[in-house]
Write a protein that binds this ligand. Structure first.
Ligand code: UD1
Length: 431
């Protein structure tokens, strides 16, 4: 298995191109199941999760083709893909595929809405605590689906089609909102989602569905109204820039010091996190090229954060911010309210010399003057990149193992950091 080797202590200077958002790409790709016409997605990131979803969708009958690279186009430029589900050949999503990527469970909604049935494996274990799907199933039931769970599979049926309804989410769920949207667009009549997720990726999905012919109002607010239509068509849509990748590199620059332009980044997608970075001592300026992050001279100040649904501080940047706080000049408190057990990075950060203790749903980080390189292990997608951030500022060498977690969500990570002066390389290990 590949490892990443980092020699810390080098500032980051230069520019980094921000990729299309993984968490928007996945539901957008799944939305291709809603129509027999082609859905063209631009700016799709090259990630292991995207390739895996291509396989899963292929199993249902989605044809996939990819535009060749244009002359002069950088290897790093996002790809344009065409997805066409002219015929859905299989409404079953098997365990061996769904268990590899939780988000693929969301195929249940378009399959049910278009074909009247879906048989989708429950996603199974996940490293960041129990992640139930009860609210996704509640939404489908509200839309008139008959749901049964048999041998680890959700069997959803609506032979006469789904019916519009009012769906109130007791808790904000991104996956629940994607599912409800994709089901309701083809339901008979009107659906109202109360307390849906307001994340930018929900808005991106809604905008794409609207281009496909859906009638949706209010995405990005706390009430979404959907008027069901009989059929959706093809469309062309560009995936929005990845706010988590943006925040991750912004925190890396704040950690090492330096001056980096994050090209294509959109500050309004992560204002909450940027505010915390500014408090920590980084200078953040929006330009028409993207987002410029600088930290020169002054040290890192301690800042308390609490993760919240959008527009609050995102849980997917919690581990990276904690890495930054390990070098702050004082104590900070990092509270995680979205997922239980999302602190697996704490013990690995401690191996690098961080001083962190857990108190219930919070981590108290006492900043230290110096981190030291060590061997560490990636545990999940966002946790693993927090180790990279810490390693960039640690003295000596760090190797991060299990980097397949990073490859799920960060495109060309070592290339992007390396071209800004980080000493980082991938050690390929066959087998
Ligand atoms: C998505 C993101 C993930 C991010 C998370 C929260 C993708 C591919 N993944 O995950 O990166 O960390 O949003 O911003 O977009 N819950 C229930 N019942 C349900 C569904 C969710 O109790 O049926 C709970 C979860 O356990 C969690 C909270 O709701 O505590 C939020 O989860 P949710 O927003 O659904 O996360 P995902 O969509 O899985």
């Amino acid at each position: 298995m590949d490892r990443i080797r980092i020699v810390g202590g080098h500032q980051l200077n230069g520019s980094i191109q921000i990729s299309g958002a993984k968490n928007a790409a996945l539901p957008l790709m799944i939305a291709s199941l809603l129509t027999d016409e082609a859905l063209t997605l631009e700016n799709l990131p090259r990630l292991a999760d995207v390739s895996m979803l291509v396989r899963i969708l292929g199993n249902h009958g989605v044809d996939y083709s990819i535009n060749g690279k244009r002359p002069g186009e950088a290897a790093i430029a996002g790809q344009t893909v065409h997805l066409r589900a002219e015929r859905v050949v299989d409404t079953t999503a098997p365990y061996d595929l769904v268990s590899k990527m939780r988000a693929s469970f969301w195929v249940v909604a378009p399959l049910l809405a278009r074909m009247g049935e879906a048989r989708v494996s429950l996603p199974g274990g996940c490293a960041i605590g129990t992640r139930p799907v009860d609210l996704l199933l509640m939404a489908l039931e509200r839309l008139g689906a008959d749901i049964e769970i048999e041998n680890g599979y959700v069997i959803a049926k609506a032979p006469h089609g789904l019916k519009g309804a009012e769906i109130e989410f007791p808790k904000v769920t991104v996956g629940g909102t994607h599912t409800a949207l994709m089901a309701a667009v083809l339901a008979h009549g009107k659906t109202v989602l109360i307390n849906p997720a307001r994340e930018p990726e929900v808005v991106d999905l809604a905008e794409c569905l609207i281009k496909m012919g859906a009638k949706i109002k209010g995405a990005g607010t706390s009430v979404i109204e959907i008027d069901g239509v009989a059929k959706l068509g093809g469309a062309r849509h560009a995936v929005l820039p990845d706010r988590i990748e943006t925040g991750t590199y912004a925190m890396a620059v704040a950690m090492t010091g330096g001056d980096v332009m994050l090209q294509g980044a959109r500050p309004e997608l992560l204002q909450g996190a940027l505010d915390s970075l500014v408090q920590a001592g980084a200078k953040v300026s929006a330009t028409n090229e993207g987002l410029r992050i600088q930290r020169n001279g002054a040290g890192i100040s301690p800042v308390d954060i609490t993760t919240e649904p959008f527009p609050g501080f995102p849980t997917d940047l919690q581990a990276q911010f904690m890495a930054l706080m390990t070098r702050a000049g004082g104590s900070s408190r990092i509270r995680e309210t979205i997922f239980e057990n999302r602190f697996m990075h704490v013990s690995e950060l401690s191996r690098l010399g961080a001083r962190i203790r857990l108190e219930g749903d919070a981590a108290i980080v006492d900043g230290v003057d110096k981190l030291n390189g060590a061997q560490v292990m990636a545990t999940d997608l966002r946790a693993s990149v927090s180790l990279v951030i810490a390693a960039l500022a640690a003295e000596g060498e760090t190797t991060v193992s299990r980097v397949y977690h990073l490859d799920r969500g960060f495109e060309h990570l070592e290339h992007k950091l390396g071209q800004c002066g980080a000493h980082i390389e991938r050690l390929s290990n066959p087998g």
